[in-house]
Design a protein around this ligand. Structure first.
Ligand code: ACO
Length: 329
């Protein structure tokens, strides 16, 4: 007698998020640099962003998001055996933010580590957690995107400082048995890519092994924009092909929230209907690795994303790195 081969899937049990209390509007930005609400809204769609308070660190934001996700999932912290934090703005060069969140949750078991893929970090972290869970080595993962990008900004450079914000979002994933079809709940597929030749288009001009300073974010915005739409649509097409799904069968498109124009162009290129696009860049700005879980959190809280629906997440960021993950909620 043969037994059926079981397929493990990483199923989403819940999401949570956290934003600092200080909201900075475009009018506030006008007082800091030579810019205007009109310019920012027209080029990016951003109207406001949240900025962490002095002394409020990435691990603090991440811990709050993690607690919210555990509550939303109905899971105790002690049930988590894997924590992955996607961040490019750790509290310290080391130890990892993930281990600080692990301690903050009162955990002394399991494994916790950080992953750095800039704005693609959350997609990379979901894909990584998925590999652990479907291998059977771990049972329940907390995947967190947490950033204090405000600390990397040159507040005198109007071309970058108006674009970014701080925040954190988290997701609880659990290994569950599926049938191995696209009807299963869970992460159905993920596709990650990188190309280090693009380093100079988006980078931070400091670090422990170069300047021994934190440095500031530098970006050639036009160059990033030029590559973004093609790269993210490529990896979404990979996800559709791998699962036999399509833009038409998608319920929600939850892209990295960098820029309204990139989001709209990507959706249009693939024929994703505008009403299926979850957009939070207007309220949050670009929060790098935190932007997707923040957007997921908003769309779950307001009742848009429902169990059983097909959700595409994708991102592109410094490196360049880019990737997609298709999830049946
Ligand atoms: N306020 C007013 N004027 C500004 C500002 C500002 N904040 N910033 C730049 N300008 C001016 C420039 O100086 C320039 O003036 P000039 O013509 O007199 O020289 C003019 O506006 C146009 O500047 P561009 O850089 O050509 O503006 P562009 O249309 O390319 O828009 C933007 C800039 C919004 C950054 C765009 O290039 C973009 O969205 N790029 C993608 C960036 C992005 O999304 N990065 C994040 C993705 S990866 C990640 O998330 C880390």
């Amino acid at each position: 007698m043969t037994t059926a081969q079981k397929t493990l899937r990483s199923v989403v049990l819940g999401v949570g998020c956290y934003l600092p209390s200080r909201c900075v509007s475009n009018a506030d930005m006008e007082k800091m640099v030579d810019t205007s609400d009109d310019w920012i809204v027209q080029r990016t769609g951003i109207t406001q962003r949240y900025i962490a308070a002095e002394g409020e660190t990435t691990s603090m934001l991440g811990l709050n998001a993690a607690k919210a996700a555990l509550e939303n999932a109905g899971v105790a912290a002690s049930d988590i055996d894997l924590i992955i934090v996607a961040t490019s703005t750790p509290d310290y060069t080391f130890p990892a933010v993930a281990t600080q969140i692990q301690a903050g949750l009162g955990l002394q078991t399991g494994v916790a580590f950080d992953l750095q893929a800039v704005c693609s970090g959350f997609v990379f972290a979901v894909a990584t957690a998925d590999k652990f869970l479907i291998s059977g080595s771990h049972k329940r993962a907390l995947v967190i995107g947490a950033e204090t990008f405000s600390r990397l900004l040159d507040w005198e450079d109007r071309t970058t400082c108006v674009l970014f914000g701080d925040g954190a979002g988290a997701m609880v994933l659990e290994a569950q048995e599926g049938e191995g079809t696209a009807q299963d709940r869970g992460v159905l597929t993920s596709h990650l890519r990188s190309d280090g030749r693009h380093r100079a288009k988006l980078y931070v001009d400091g670090g422990p092994s170069t300047t021994q300073t934190t440095g500031h974010l530098r970006m050639i915005g036009k160059e990033v924009y030029r590559h973004a739409v093609g790269m993210v649509t490529d990896v979404m097409l990979d996800a559709f092909k791998a699962t036999g799904t399509s833009a038409q069968t998608l319920d929600w498109f939850v892209p990295h929230q960098a820029n309204r124009r990139i989001i709209d162009s990507s959706a249009e290129k693939l024929g994703i209907a505008p009403e299926k696009v979850v957009t939070t860049v207007d309220r949050h700005g670009n929060t790098s690795a935190a932007s997707i879980p923040l957007a997921l959190c908003v769309a779950v809280a307001d009742g848009r994303i429902q169990k059983g629906q097909l959700v595409m997440i994708e991102a592109m960021g410094g490196g360049f790195t880019w990737g997609s993950a298709l999830i049946r909620w």
